[in-house]
Design a protein around this ligand. Structure first.
Ligand SMILES: Cc1ncc(COP(=O)(O)O)c(C=O)c1O
Length: 423
């Protein structure tokens, strides 16, 4: 068997760092300086954001792209553009970042949680169907980790119940579902360009759609309710200034030139890593349906069944980190258990609906299992390396598995000490 676990004093599998993020170079410098010197720093003055919107939308199978300040605002504006009203219900998964649901509350609408699938970690169509009530007006499937949700099922539900589908594609730049890009699969889609994302300018977001009427509403909503041909100080909708600035547009245009090759690399490495890890007992990499023709791999996510693997998740994560593999447990609890939802800390929103809501009763066992016991995340920059880097990751998992008994004993020995320390 390989040397002792690094956690217990052995030699780590790896000491070299993984690729750094973000990746940038001369192209970003040239565009940023050009923007700086032009003095045209705002969306309405320059060309960078406009050009980026066209290019990003086209790459994602859409005629329209509306860039905004982040991927939370893009969700909220998409909901409002779709014509939803105060108190309307929106089905969302519980295993996602806060914004998928908080944007619904900030649009004065009611998030209803439907559990995710244990194999794909995406919204479970049967759970989404069961969550639909006469008040439901929309579904927000998240393409979790960069893998498109079951959009055929989502669109079937939408047709049957006359719902709007907004893809939360914050993780899914460049991903494909069959022969279509993520971002073109629902009525509207929302992407994020926050620092960790596969396409980034620090902070930013975009709404994509093929519907000219919805695009027009988004345009107006992100620009203080102005309308084409209207006066500068003429406002038709309640909204604000959510326009993205030209410096971000400049960075995004340079980053976009890198996206296709980076997505290809992540997809190839992710597939390979999944095939290696699936061979170990108790490890279940995100299952990839045939419809996912390109995975965005914002995260490489897997499920660890501690009993079958031979050691609990927290110890496995510590052991992997000691072996030189950065990883985490991801979300600590499902969204309905967020203090905001449990305490209904909705601020000025949902005043009419709050009394009938009780998120403490949300039944989302798969999401709970992933959060509390089984989910493990590796972040996207790791997948920008070479096959040898994936081999290191696989070897680290294999080594930790091979020392499961020693690791479990270490975890057991540590538990009482921790309790004592806490006491
Ligand atoms: C699934 C998901 N949706 C929405 C967002 C919100 O994006 P932003 O941070 O740009 O507001 C994020 C960001 O982490 C996310 O992961």
């Amino acid at each position: 068997m390989a040397t002792r676990l690094a956690l217990l004093g052995g030699r780590p599998v790896r000491t070299r760092p993984f690729p750094a993020w973000p990746v940038f170079g001369r192209a970003e410098e040239v565009r940023l300086l050009r923007t700086l010197r032009s003095g045209r720093w705002g969306r309405l003055d320059g060309e960078e954001v406009r050009r980026f919107e066209e290019r990003f939308a086209a790459m994602h199978g859409c005629r329209h792209g509306i860039a905004v300040v982040n991927g939370t605002v893009s969700l909220r504006l998409a909901l409002i553009a779709a014509g939803l009203r105060a108190g309307d219900e929106v089905v969302v998964p519980p295993y996602t970042f806060f914004s998928t649901a908080s944007a619904v509350v900030e649009a004065n609408m009611v998030p209803v949680f439907a559990d995710v699938d244990l194999d794909t970690f995406n919204l479970d169509p049967a759970a989404a169907k069961a969550a639909i009530t006469p008040r439901t007006r929309a579904i927000i499937p998240v393409h979790f980790a960069g893998q498109p949700a079951d959009m055929d099922a989502m669109m079937r539900l939408a047709r049957k119940h006359r719902l709007v589908v907004i893809e939360d594609a914050a993780h899914a730049h460049g991903a494909r579902y069959g022969d279509r890009p993520a971002g073109s699969l629902g009525h509207l889609a929302s992407f994020s360009f926050q620092s960790s994302k596969n396409l980034t300018c620090g902070e930013g977001g975009i709404i994509t759609t093929n519907d000219a009427r919805l695009a027009g509403r988004c345009q107006s909503l992100h620009n203080c309710g102005r309308v084409p041909g209207g006066l500068w100080y003429e406002h038709h909708l309640i909204s604000g200034n959510y326009r993205l600035g030209e410096f971000q547009g400049a960075v995004l245009n340079a980053q976009l030139d890198r996206l296709d090759a980076q997505t290809h690399t992540r997809d190839r490495n992710g597939r390979y890593l999944a095939s290696r890890l699936a061979a170990l007992p108790g490890l279940h990499p995100q299952q990839r349906p045939a419809a996912c023709t390109r995975h965005g791999y914002h995260l490489f996510m897997l499920r660890l069944d501690g009993e079958a693997f031979g050691a609990p998740r927290s110890a496995v994560i510590e052991a992997l980190r000691a072996e030189g593999i950065p990883c985490s447990a991801g979300y600590g609890f499902s969204l309905p258990q967020q203090p905001m939802f449990r305490r209904k800390a909705f601020g000025p929103y949902l005043s009419g609906a709050a009394a009938r809501l009780d998120y403490g009763r949300a039944n989302v066992p798969t999401s709970d299992l992933l959060c509390r016991e089984q989910g493990i995340w590796l972040e996207q920059p790791l997948l920008l390396g070479r096959r040898a880097d994936m081999d290191d990751i696989a070897r680290a998992f294999e080594k930790v598995h091979g020392h499961g008994a020693a690791l479990s004993a270490w975890a057991r020995a540590r538990r009482p000490r921790r309790r004592k320390e806490a006491g």
